[in-house]
Design a protein around this ligand. Structure first.
Ligand SMILES: [Zn+2]
Ligand SMILES: [Zn+2]
Length: 101
């Protein structure tokens, strides 16, 4: 939590945004101003997005594991994912061929 401050930037006791040092209004959260809060949320989302998109080399063993299990619960999902990966790989091969012309 930001420290209560009574520097002459604000008329009453106030808190400063931990990030940009702007004075927090009472309708803003206690640590960050609205702008910093938005930015932080956005950055967290982007970090999440990266986290849930592992590389194919990481995904393939997990998909294969599902397919190899006799009673794998999400076999059709794993199969679809492999086919999708193969399609993207085809596109990439095509792209490389065209780029090397
Ligand atoms: Zn202050
Ligand atoms: Zn701020």
């Amino acid at each position: 939590m930001a420290d209560i401050c009574n520097c002459n930037e604000g008329q009453e006791e106030h808190e400063h945004c931990l990030d940009c040092d702007g004075i927090l209004k009472c309708n803003e959260s206690e640590n960050y101003c609205r702008w910093c809060e938005e930015r932080i949320t956005k950055e967290a989302k982007e970090a999440d997005y990266i986290d849930v998109t592992p590389s194919w080399a990481d995904v393939a063993p997990a998909l294969l594991m599902v397919l190899e299990q006799p009673n794998g619960s999400d076999k059709s999902g794993a199969r679809d994912e492999l086919i999708r990966m193969a399609r993207i790989a085809d596109c990439w091969v095509k792209h490389c061929k065209e780029a090397s012309k």
